[in-house]
Design a protein around this ligand. Structure first.
Ligand code: G3P
Length: 218
């Protein structure tokens, strides 16, 4: 399973990339706004920090305008994945960009049928938002289960399921059990995955015992 980080904060991205466990980055207009920076600058910096796919979202909603914005975004670096909304124009843009060999992430997916459309449009990634479904009293992970069932029924569909709007480690665990290809995580959730109280306790005990030996290894 690939781990992407869902942020436009380059300090966070740099720190997490140092772990060697970061496979890509996703951003959206809200995250760019939060960064307070120009989209072209921040995406270029992220692409230098992380060699994997970096999603940069168009702001236009009409096909021609989305294609124009996509042309600018994909020029930033070869690892840019152009992010388009799951609308008729977004899917048309996805189809055209995919045919040109550009990576596309279709975002704002809230149903399995929408995911199927994105796959048919040749999306590299489709992003179902699990947390926002949970927020309105639906089970976001049921959507992932449905999409995985459908995609497994049609092995010719090459689109990767990118679980987005992740709120906590249980989302990650369930997505992995379902075989989702990617999860994009807020930095805090990615950091949570590393920790367990018994790891901390065990390490403290090992270090205390080691100190008693008076030995060094290197
Ligand atoms: O980047 C898309 C998605 O991960 C947004 O998450 O927390 O705003 O629902 P959230």
């Amino acid at each position: 399973m690939k781990f992407f980080v869902d942020t436009a904060d380059t300090a966070e991205i740099g720190a997490l990339a140092a772990s060697g466990l970061l496979d890509g980055v996703t951003t959206n207009p809200s995250l760019i706004a939060k960064s307070g920076r120009r989209i072209l600058d921040v995406i270029a910096e992220i692409c230098r920090l992380v060699p994997g796919p970096v999603s940069a979202e168009v702001a236009a909603t009409e096909f021609d305008a989305m294609m124009k914005e996509a042309a600018v975004l994909r020029e930033i670096a070869p690892n840019v994945a152009v992010k388009v909304p799951l609308t008729p124009d977004g899917l048309r843009t996805c189809k055209a960009l995919s045919a040109q060999g550009t990576m596309v992430n279709v975002t704002l997916c809230f149903s399995a049928n929408q995911a199927l459309l994105a796959a048919k449009a040749g999306a590299t990634f489709v992003s179902p938002f699990v947390g926002r479904l949970d927020d309105i009293g639906q089970d976001g992970m049921e959507l992932i289960a449905d999409i995985m069932t459908i995609f497994n029924n049609y092995p010719d569909l090459k689109t990767e399921v990118l679980v987005a709007s992740v709120r906590h480690p249980i989302h990650v665990l369930t997505a992995a059990k379902l075989g989702a290809h990617v999860a994009t995580l807020p930095p805090a959730v990615l950091r949570q995955l590393f920790h367990h109280p018994l790891t901390d306790k065990g390490l403290a005990a090992f270090l205390a015992d080691w100190a008693k030996t008076g030995q060094t290894i290197a």
